[in-house]
Write a protein that binds this ligand. Structure first.
Ligand code: HEC
Ligand code: HEC
Ligand code: HEC
Ligand code: HEC
Ligand code: HEC
Ligand code: HEC
Ligand code: HEC
Ligand code: HEC
Ligand code: HEC
Ligand code: HEC
Length: 482
């Protein structure tokens, strides 16, 4: 009896100690639960959003509407996350801060489950991102194997992409560029492995004429460019100063080269602001500072024709010469042997205007800086100067980037004197190219390996990958501009 009671008690104890279901069942249950919460629900929520989140359906539609934004399709940014962020638990790490606004919407990048991120997903938003190479060479197989995600590995923290962009060495620019010459026979682009150890001498884009540009490689021989505007730096930068209207004037680089607002580059040098104080466009020795406008020959000739016509008809001197003697109508630097006044000159108003024009175009002014040539008349119809002799000014080359395939910022180099990089003070012709060579950069910039006393410089410090001039959009038109 006692034993039977003990047996019963033991059974009850056993029953109490035994788990409700077997361990095996328990494991299965847990497994199914995890499967449900972490896989089935996320998958269902993602393929069947309307059931989980009917309100968001509209937003999903909006997201799929391509907008016309050229670079970034803003409609896509208002994406809708999967219900309850159920799939977010699969995220391997924090997304970059620019991607966080839609960070819960995994599908905006992972459009097809269990597949690698595809370029078309990135391009849905980044539709205007420039190509790396021109379309005609984009058939190179290695370029197709390189996906956006090869270089931009997201889920690396909030500033992950930004720091990758700047210090990009990841999949290795050198994986292609280390041996591009054999991967792409006939390319003009030399092999590059590292800025300090294996980077070719720079090419410089220069004007071949006023409208065409070529890229020439620097080497032991100095390279030259079309000389569409005459300007000897050396004559203007002499140590003791140069003759100006108020005596010797000391010119600095900054007198003519004024930084743009961002400080990256410089504003265009202009005749009116930077030269005209010395190189006046005065034309009549008997009269004071009256000048022709700095414009087309038609404007200049019309001004002269009207001026002498008026002087002739009114028969009065328009104003009195300054007490200091004859005005500066000669070219700067020449002895002041001004021609006699044209106001009292021989002939009628037309002959006087013609004589003044000849002096101005061919001797004292225009010809100093421009290529000037006589052209057969008559001049521009309907202008007062049409009956005068005619001249042509050769077009001046437009400002352009010198190293368009790299980015250079003057603001980051304020500590270096201009002369460290530009041998302007020794240049006697505007056909000289004053751009620095790789040697000047290597004085301060090292390569990918850190070296004491040098700035560690990965490729993306100086280069973008997405070439703005290979944009197919409106940016392409501005390719040559700085
Ligand atoms: C801005 C785009 C973007 C968004 C949004 C995004 N991912 Fe990713 N994800 C990436 C990229 C890029 C990779 C690298 C993929 C590759 O190499 O193909 C990646 C990789 C992954 C991987 C694979 C891990 C690896 O190292 O290969 C997983 C898992 C993943 N993402 C989950 C998620 C989840 C979950 C979400 C939503 C919370 C999400 N991702 C949202 C861009 C994104
Ligand atoms: C839903 C829209 C969207 C998708 C999809 C998307 N991006 Fe972005 N991305 C943005 C926005 C918005 C920014 C911030 C604005 C900018 O820099 O253009 C950004 C910025 C970036 C930046 C610059 C990072 C920074 O902060 O400077 C990189 C690089 C980038 N995205 C790469 C990718 C890649 C690679 C993919 C595909 C895996 C991708 N993006 C998919 C919207 C998107
Ligand atoms: C998948 C191969 C590949 C990768 C990766 C690659 N490039 Fe290129 N790159 C090319 C090709 C091809 C050209 C065009 C060559 C030509 O015009 O003959 C080119 C051209 C260039 C040029 C212009 C050269 C010139 O003077 O016209 C620069 C600069 C450049 N790449 C820098 C980079 C940088 C920086 C990286 C890394 C962020 C990089 N590339 C990654 C293949 C690649
Ligand atoms: C009196 C005005 C003046 C002064 C002073 C001057 N420059 Fe210039 N600079 C010019 C003009 C004009 C051009 C030609 C611009 C053009 O063609 O549009 C030029 C062009 C340049 C260029 C680009 C042209 C090339 O061929 O590489 C550089 C670089 C340059 N100057 C540097 C300097 C430096 C450095 C100093 C000081 C040591 C300096 N300049 C002083 C007027 C000046
Ligand atoms: C401070 C006065 C001053 C300024 C400003 C100035 N110049 Fe001159 N320039 C001179 C003088 C003086 C000479 C004559 C120098 C000589 O012959 O040694 C001269 C000579 C020249 C010559 C002819 C050189 C020769 O060899 O015949 C050219 C071309 C020229 N300047 C262009 C310009 C241009 C372009 C600018 C504006 C970017 C400019 N100058 C600004 C004073 C100036
Ligand atoms: C001291 C030098 C100097 C003299 C003298 C000079 N110019 Fe110029 N000229 C320039 C400079 C610098 C530019 C380019 C920047 C600008 O437009 O101010 C220019 C530009 C021009 C242009 C525009 C050319 C183009 O292709 O964009 C015309 C036209 C012109 N000048 C006509 C004249 C005429 C006509 C005279 C004589 C009356 C004259 N210039 C005298 C320096 C000079
Ligand atoms: C300190 C700045 C700097 C760094 C770092 C740098 N480059 Fe350059 N690179 C330049 C400049 C400047 C040019 C001339 C740009 C031009 O031709 O418009 C150039 C030219 C090139 C070219 C064209 C070569 C040719 O044949 O003309 C390629 C390709 C290139 N770089 C790739 C790279 C790669 C890959 C890296 C990293 C290993 C790198 N660069 C690092 C400044 C740099
Ligand atoms: C560390 C070297 C470095 C220093 C220092 C430097 N430059 Fe430059 N500069 C460059 C390079 C590189 C370019 C070519 C940029 C481009 O167009 O790609 C350039 C371009 C220029 C141009 C032509 C810009 C144009 O729009 O045509 C002028 C003018 C110029 N520099 C003047 C100056 C002056 C003035 C200083 C001093 C305040 C100076 N630079 C200091 C490297 C330098
Ligand atoms: C006197 C030393 C010196 C010389 C010479 C020099 N650099 Fe630099 N450079 C620097 C320093 C310092 C920085 C700032 C590093 C940083 O911000 O991480 C820098 C930064 C840069 C940057 C990044 C600019 C930015 O926006 O932060 C570029 C691109 C660059 N240099 C290109 C060049 C090129 C191309 C040359 C040759 C023409 C050159 N540098 C010559 C010292 C120099
Ligand atoms: C070989 C490496 C590489 C590949 C492949 C690549 N990128 Fe980039 N990307 C870079 C580098 C380096 C930068 C930073 C320098 C720059 O501004 O170009 C960058 C910058 C960006 C930026 C931010 C700067 C900007 O211009 O707005 C975006 C957005 C971007 N990439 C999107 C993409 C997309 C989308 C793809 C695929 C079509 C892609 N990238 C393929 C290397 C790469």
């Amino acid at each position: 009896m006692q034993a039977r009671n003990n047996d019963k008690l033991q059974k009850e104890i056993d029953a109490l100690q035994r788990p409700l279901v077997g361990r095996r069942t328990m494991s299965w249950l847990a497994f199914v639960l995890v499967l449900l919460a972490c896989l089935v629900l996320p998958v269902l929520a993602s393929v069947w959003p309307s059931v989980f989140h009917p309100v968001e359906e509209k937003a999903v539609k909006l997201r799929k509407t391509p907008a016309a934004a050229p670079v970034l399709n803003h409609a896509y940014v208002r994406a809708s996350p999967t219900a309850l962020g159920l799939d977010a638990q699969w995220s391997p790490g924090t997304l970059s801060s620019s991607h966080q606004p839609f960070g819960l919407d995994c599908k905006s990048c992972h459009s097809e489950p269990f597949k690698q991120v595809q370029d078309k997903d990135c391009l849905a938003c980044h539709r205007g991102i420039g190509n790396h190479v021109a379309d005609k060479i984009a058939s190179m197989p290695a370029l197709h194997e390189t996906r956006c995600a090869t270089c931009h590995r997201d889920h690396q923290g909030t500033d992950g992409l930004v720091s990758q962009n700047r210090r990009y060495i990841g999949a290795g620019c050198a994986s292609c560029h280390g041996d591009l010459e054999s991967k792409m026979p006939g390319t003009q682009v030399a092999n590059v492995k590292d800025f300090a150890k294996a980077h070719p001498q720079f090419r410089v884009q220069v004007a071949a004429s006023e409208t065409t540009f070529v890229r020439l490689r620097q080497g032991s021989q100095p390279i030259g460019q079309a000389d569409t505007l005459k300007f000897p730096h050396d004559k203007h930068l002499v140590a003791g100063g140069i003759a100006g209207p108020n005596g010797k004037t000391k010119l600095e680089c900054a007198t003519c080269h004024r930084p743009t607002e961002s400080g990256t580059g410089f504003q265009r040098v202009t005749m009116q602001r930077d030269c005209q104080s010395c190189h006046t466009l005065a034309f009549e020795p008997a009269l004071s500072q009256r000048q022709v406008p700095h414009g087309s020959p038609a404007e200049v000739l019309s001004t002269l024709r009207e001026f002498y016509g008026y002087v002739n008809s009114s028969k009065v001197a328009i104003d009195t010469p300054p007490a200091s003697g004859p005005v500066f109508t000669v070219r700067p630097g020449m002895p002041a042997s001004a021609p006699a006044s044209f106001v009292q000159g021989p002939g009628d108003a037309r002959a006087r205007a013609a004589a003044a024009a000849t002096e101005l175009f061919e001797k004292t002014s225009c010809v100093v800086c421009h290529d000037v040539s006589r052209v057969p008349g008559p001049g521009k119809a309907g202008t007062p100067g049409a009956d005068l002799p005619q001249w042509k000014i050769a077009p001046v080359a437009q400002p352009h980037a010198w190293m368009p395939k790299a980015s250079f910022d003057h603001a980051a180099h304020r500590q270096a004197p201009c002369g460290d990089c530009h041998m302007a003070a020794k240049s006697g012709k505007s056909s000289d190219v004053l751009m620095p060579t790789i040697k000047e950069c290597r004085d301060c910039h090292g390569g990918t390996e850190p070296v004491v006393g040098k700035v560690k410089s990965d490729c993306a410090m100086c280069h973008g990958y997405h070439m703005p001039d290979l944009h197919t959009g409106p940016k392409a038109a501005k390719a040559m501009k700085p």
